[in-house]
Design a binder for this molecule. Sequence first.
Ligand code: T1G
Length: 653
Amino acid sequence: MSDVTTFSATVSATTRNGILLVTIDNPPVNATSADVRLGLSRALAHAEAEPTISGMAITGAGKTFVGGADIREFGKPPVEPTLPDVIEKIEALSKPVVAALNGTALGGGLELALACHYRIASPMAQVGLPEVKLGIVPGAGGTQRLPRLIGVPAAIELITSGRIAKINEALSLGILDELAETDLIDVAINALQKLAGTPLRRTGELAVAPADPIEIEKVSGKLLAKARGQKALAEAVRLIASSHRPLGEGLADERATFLTLRDSREAAALRHVFFAERETSKVTGLEDVDARPVNTIGICGLGLMGSGIAVSALGAGYTVIGLDQTPEAAEKGRERIIGLLERNLASGRQDQAGFDAQTARLSVTATDADLAACDLVIEAVFDDLDVKIDLFRRLDKVIRPDTILATNTSYLNPDEIASATRHPGRVLGLHFFSPAHVMRLLEVVRCSETATDVLATGLAVAKRLRKLPVVTGVTEGFIGNRIFSAYRREAEFLLEDGALPHEIDAALEDYGFPMGLFAVNDMAGLEIAWARRKRQMATRDPFERYVEIADRLCETGRLGQKSGRGWYAYPDGKRTVDPQVTAIIEAERAKKGVAARSFSREEIQQRLLNAMAAEGEALLAEGIAARASDIDLVMINGYGFPAHKGGPMFEKG
Ligand code: T1G
């Protein structure tokens, strides 16, 4: 092995048996920054010119091969050599180049590997072209080279889903050529010695297997239907479906399309979300705070929410002790949890061994004392203050002083619950979104007494549960429900001012929400909000505008889809505009002497977005939310706000 040759700050190489072994070392994910591209370009020139070099292997330092182009460079002037330039040099080299995938290869990382003449991977490797998740298309040959290896339909599915393919799938599809059962570099060097002097298989020179247009339509049709205005998906399908063109033509089209999309607002919004998701768990003051160890989690209340939390915890490897009021209720809870786990088994998301291990870590009880071994107890009992305080007081007697108590309450004040217990410092809120085993969002509520290591533990548990944690202060509804209430209120003002429910819902769907506000309300049911409004009536500010339309609906038994009528009628279960609702709305307008007017979709969208942003600004001013991007993440991950719009705070600018 020769000494190390340094081609740039992030690219170096050694030579072994005439093979130039190039390593990319650009923490944290070996993104193809300008320095990486420069280093690779120099290494390729050296390999081409040096007669003692017979071939070249490219690998990554650490657990990632290459995590993609450097997203932080987007929006800045391009620096030569561009990634396509480097990739073209790899493919054109007169000597064999092998990609030795030591780990994840995504985006430009996989495109770099696709241009190599042979691809070997370690068992940990996984690949993908997730660019559409950033509002762009692959910009360095992915839409042209991948179909040459795996065919158009498979390439459309992989690129438009943006998903990751693990090693076995990547090998069976033909993205990767060989699994390194032994040392990756040894296998790569052996492969290069066999390839030396043989005709090189240049991916770009392969023909694209003819694809049945019906199959292409089948794969892309339903994806595009869900695109809801996201241009990148349609452009990716177009580029892949036309990859039979000469490579140069396809690459030029792809690059031009990539550059246009990269500079679009949609791409800027999705990059904002990407980085926001990585910021949200960075809490000022917790940098050097250690989380408490958590292995056993108690869950009180095994209804819909509690059983979802249990499934999430079991899936993350925790031991779970479920508590309910009676042995029968506890057993019912256990059956609910097992039922959800069996769905994972049936769908193939979980294998039998995993299922058995999870069920073995689950126990249920009706006896408080059985929670004594818990490191963390999460309550998901009926959302009533007395019930929760009573439970926490009982738990105070049976759990260790350092065991953390978390309340899942949506609307109650966690400070009132905490102050009623023996150790308020160990109490925080963990506000899951239903169904808890599906929804990523988790509001981590920092109560006034919450100890810093308790908050750090809440974040650590959220990460292990693979949730998206957003820290919030204590306010009614925390971040999400407070903003939801604000824009729900604005929507009702719009009703009184002249808009109708289906017009408002259409405006929201046109903007990118999967469903309109009133349609969602009908699905969830109107009675809980009605009960809350009746509770608040005594203390409501009489000078504050209050719209009574929803009360009128509830008073006439229109409680939502389950009751057959709500904001809409549901003949044969089909959501239908109901003239009776229009009449109720018109009567309320007349009572208030409102001269109704019509509203355009844009006006409706702007009024609702302004209401969300105004409430977001208030949450920031009150210190409830730490940063505007956290608010965007809550609305995107908990309330259907379209990610490709960036969130209400991003939209406001
Ligand atoms: N560019 C810049 N920074 C990145 C990055 C990237 N591609 N990927 C991750 N980071 C940062 C991230 O912000 C965080 O920073 C740190 O690395 C760890 O990230 C031409 C144009 C690779 C699976 O979309 O999916 O290639 O918070 O917490 O959990 O066609 O990062 O520490 O300051 O996510 O181990 C396409 C994006 C780009 C992949 C690793 N590639 N990255 O997960 O770490 S566009 C992607 C990921 C492209 C080409 C096009 C994941 C990961 P900080 P992390 P992780």
